[in-house]
Write a protein that binds this ligand. Sequence first.
Ligand code: FES
Ligand SMILES: [Fe+2]
Length: 405
Amino acid sequence: MNVVAFPEPGGVWQSVSDQVLEQLGRDTSLARGLPNAAFTDGAFHELEKARLFSRTWSFAAPASSIGDPGDILSVEIAGHPLILVRGHDHEVRAFHNVCPHRGARLVTESRCSRTVLTCPYHAWSYGLDGVLKGRPHYHGHGRHQTACDMAGEDVRLFAVPCRQWHDWVFVNIDGKAPDFESFMAPVEEHFNGYDITQFRRSDQTMAVEFACNWKLAVENYCDFYHVFSVHPALDRMMSPQTRQSMRESGCHLLNGYAFTASGRGIAVDDSGPGLPSQEGIDADLELSTRYAVLFPNFAVNVYPGSIQAVLFEPLAADRTIMRMWFYYVGDAAHASAHAESRDALYREWVELNNEDKDICLRLQEGRACTAYDGGRLAPHWDRGTVHFHRQVAHAIRREGAFAEP
Ligand code: FES
Ligand SMILES: [Fe+2]
């Protein structure tokens, strides 16, 4: 029996057992979600960092945050301090934020710009590509080593596999994730017909702290069921006929909906100075939106006239920060003539997130109740949640798509 142990609150050891996995494999009406400890226990969260976030392609940052050659952004993924560096060739590379000599942290700023990365301890210097350039006093005081006399040596910063998809940079800490193209293929296909390349990032950003485990924040984001009871404005926007559970594709969850007549007005207000829509978009796509939640914690919503990129960043077992970035079509949509529409859209999201904050807290509080055993689920709506839990269980057990390569 393949059992991975993790402690329940109170120190009792439990497991993502075969039984838990079997319950996750049932039809949604009979399935049970992950046990409470998966949402409350710090030790389980540590396992997630090592086996899930380090194993897969984890979202690191928008590439536009590292705009020019020499720009450096510090991030932390699954507890690993990294730097994202824009090279002279305009490629973004990821490195562990540590000097290979004696292990000093290289960069302490959250963002900075450098032509060379010089370690503050003994001043070893590295190019933006991570390759060692020089070591002062290396052969004794006053006897420096330069790139010319390092023949045969290969000293460089510890690189982390890093890939960019549109404006979004992903890293794979342990280097064992499936190839990036297969990881992205279902998402590419889902957005077929929309042209993401037409979008540019605006200066609107949002950070909202949720008092819940990151999985509950993601599940809630994927839950289209609660719209009718929690989000009155969104409810008016979504055509009832097109509301459904998110469907799985690979490890991701995909969805979309068509706008009601008033909903389209919010998404693409072309009655006045509204948000311009993508050029060349099919008429039916202009009446709908598509969502993709990339496993484990990054989402992209593509509307005809806007994109929201959303990260659910775990801070602790019971705290998550949701970060959002907003994108609009071309240059025209960023002009002051459309400022009112951009602000209105932003306010819609503030409202939505505020409505979700209380629900997420309740979900977390509910996981303290020992009677709750993973749930009595709704077949029409909860299929996506069960799939999401299954991916987490597979990652923790290192099997299925997360088996050792
Ligand atoms: S630790 Fe960085 S140069 Fe010595
Ligand atoms: Fe919600």
